[in-house]
Design a protein around this ligand. Structure first.
Ligand code: NAD
Length: 490
């Protein structure tokens, strides 16, 4: 038996054990492979105090924006240089396939590079004020200590979209890794250290939502909570942040529509649908989990998808050939099994998959449920797994109605060769992202975020860095004359 690996938390520039720890399971085997430090209230308090000190004292606030950008650039290079270790750790601890984690780490580095370049382009403004003896301008200052909370899928990426813009803006952070699969983020802290960020600028802890997460989000010295996760935890976060009146940005889940018109290139649409629901074993917030397909091509399209779903290579996530690995947790697999069973009981037709694999590990096969004639639970709940629910439509209006028939609104896909129709759909779909004839594409340059219960705030792009700032309005009187009538507001 190999020894369990032990990870440490990173607070105030030091790696340390926490008083408590918990085992992390390898999703491919279901066995514990590492011990994680469990941060509780006292650890969280020290981390926030360190971030608060680093924000106001010492070298960080004195650094120029250009110098902050250089540190971020160094971090990006270190991420690239350590890509293999990070990808392997993420795969080992979350079960996400190595093909995906190795590709994703490349654009994690790109996000840091993007925000490195942006650091000294965050500008204030001079205002054309309506008073001749005044100069008035806006300074953009860091919003304060940021609590960055991430879920278990894509932790390095979801942390990068918060850490990058927050550091570019001059903030300091306490990053809370998920209790499921925190290894890659705890390892990433070593790169923060190596890059030379002053102590306390970035702190990385992990622990459970109800203890570590709650202590962090209601801490009086936290100014902003950047949260990615599910809607239930998000509600708690908002309640907790009422204590400190911190601002929040919420990137939540989705039940994203993937709409295929009869004139679409069906091979291409099928590939995109596979990417949208089976890639990352469906554990993606933008999963295109509701296929809304024109009735005249439904059978043909489902036949292509069924063939693809059954051909997918399910296997150990660390093998490069594997296309679908295990789910991150046993409870996720259980939930998926329950909802699929309920949906079948309600009358949904199983087109592919539908039964958890026997043996070790948290595997669940690519599953397609035809829900055209029923009100299935799989259409309502975000399953965060490789389960596609199918609906059919006759008219464009019906496609729009079905697409918008969800409280979520994160992403959407439209497949058609008709340009005018594509434009109409873009206008009518209520979601933060519309992909036309493509799916699951991201870039640091393009903002990302939801409508409705998919949250608020945007990550990625220039505006994300501005969200980590607040303006200070400065009034400077240029006249040497004494101030006139002090009882009149000027
Ligand atoms: P989760 O909501 O259970 O947990 C997310 C994080 O929040 C974890 O770190 C958890 O410890 C923490 N948390 C839980 N309760 C908390 C509390 N009371 N206070 C503070 N923190 C708390 O989500 P999950 O199951 O880990 O991840 C899946 C969810 O994340 C899905 O709903 C998915 O769609 C969503 N997600 C969204 C995006 C996006 O960008 N929109 C991206 C990835 C995942």
């Amino acid at each position: 038996m190999t020894a369990m690996r032990r990870f440490q938390q990173f607070i105030d520039g030091r790696f340390e054990d926490a008083d408590h720890g918990f085992p992390s399971l390898d999703p491919a085997t279901g066995e514990a492979w590492a011990t994680m430090p469990e941060a509780r209230e006292a650890d969280v308090d020290r981390a926030v105090e360190a971030a608060h000190r680093a924000l106001h004292q010492g070298p960080w606030p004195a650094l120029s924006a250009t110098a902050r950008g250089k540190l971020l650039y160094r971090l990006a290079e270190l991420v690239s240089g350590n890509a293999r270790t990070l990808a392997e750790l993420e795969t080992r601890d979350t079960g996400k396939i190595i093909r995906e984690t190795s590709a994703q780490i490349a654009y994690v580095a790109d996000y840091y590079r993007y925000y490195a370049g942006l650091a000294d382009k965050i500008e204030g403004a001079h205002l054309p004020i309506d008073k001749p003896d005044m100069e008035v301008w806006l300074r953009r200052e860091p919003i304060g200590v940021v609590a960055a909370i991430v879920p278990w899928n894509s932790q390095l990426f979801l942390a990068a979209v918060k850490i990058g813009p927050a550091l570019a803006a001059g903030c300091t952070l306490v990053v809370k890794a998920s209790e499921d699969g925190p290894a890659p983020l705890l390892e990433f802290a070593r790169l923060v250290h190596e890059a030379g960020f002053p102590a306390g600028v970035v702190n990385v802890v992990t622990g459970f939502g109800a203890t570590c997460g709650a202590a962090l989000t209601r801490h009086p010295k936290v100014a902003h909570v950047a949260f990615t996760g599910g809607p239930a935890a998000a509600r708690q976060v908002v309640r907790n942040s009422a204590e400190n009146l911190a601002s929040t940005s919420l990137e939540l889940g989705g039940k994203s529509p993937f709409i295929v018109f009869a004139d679409a290139d069906l091979e291409s649409a099928a590939n995109a649908q596979v990417a949208g629901i089976f890639a990352a074993t469906g554990q993606s917030c933008v999963a295109g989990s509701r296929l809304i397909v024109e009735a005249s091509i439904k059978d043909r399209f489902l036949a292509i998808l069924k063939e693809r779903a059954e051909r997918v290579r399910i296997g150990p996530p660390l093998e490069m050939e594997t296309e679908v690995g295990p789910l991150c947790t046993a409870r996720q697999r259980e939930l998926i099994g329950e909802v699929v069973a309920q949906s079948v009981d309600a009358g949904a037709m199983l087109v592919a998959g539908g039964r958890a694999r026997e043996g070790a590990g948290f595997f669940y096969p690519p599953t397609i449920l035809d829900c055209s004639a029923v009100k299935a639970a799989s259409l309502e709940r975000e399953l965060f797994g490789p389960v596609l629910s199918v609906l059919a439509f006759e008219t464009e209006d019906e496609a729009v109605r079905l697409a918008n028939d969800t409280p979520f609104g994160l992403a959407s896909g439209v497949f058609t060769r008709d340009l005018s129709r594509a434009h109409r759909m873009i206008r009518r779909i209520r979601a933060g992202i519309v992909w036309v004839n493509t799916y699951r594409a991201v870039s640091p340059i393009a903002p990302f975020g939801g409508y409705g219960q998919s949250g608020h705030g945007r990550e990625g792009g220039l505006a994300a860095a501005l969200d980590f700032t607040r303006t200070k309005t400065v009034w400077l009187r240029t006249s040497d004359d004494p101030i006139p009538d002090p009882f009149v507001m000027r």
